[in-house]
Design a protein around this ligand. Structure first.
Ligand code: ZN
Length: 117
């Protein structure tokens, strides 16, 4: 990996506790918008059904992470939102390719796991 890229990712992680928590934004439909702002978690809801959540990879690699919420999906995730609009996700997110980030999203904040270096 390039030095600068490494430094950037390091700084992203260091800055995380200093920045405001991520907010959940609900959109109508079964797919996510092409552009998701940093520090926003988008929930795609079609009628009564929650389809997926999407957000930019918190490591700063620029990738958009899309996680399915529908019951039929494998793997699938559950989310919760607290009264301040801060989302949590269960289980953790572990990317198998690219940056291989592994983290929890809890109350709008990223908690890195030990396996993600
Ligand atoms: Zn990443």
């Amino acid at each position: 990996m390039q030095m600068l890229e490494k430094l950037y990712r390091y700084l992203q992680r260091k800055a995380e506790p200093l920045l405001p928590p991520r907010k959940l934004v609900v959109i109508e439909g079964d797919s996510l918008p092409a552009e998701i702002p940093m520090r926003t978690v988008v929930l795609a809801r079609d009628g009564q059904e929650d389809w997926c959540v999407g957000f930019q990879c918190p490591c700063g690699c620029g990738r958009t992470i899309e996680l399915l919420l529908i019951k039929e999906a494998r793997p699938r995730w559950d989310y919760r939102v607290d009264d301040q609009g801060r989302p949590s996700l269960y289980p953790s997110v572990w990317l198998q390719t690219g940056c291989k980030s592994h983290f929890w999203l809890r109350k709008g904040r990223i908690y890195w796991t030990e396996t993600s270096v």
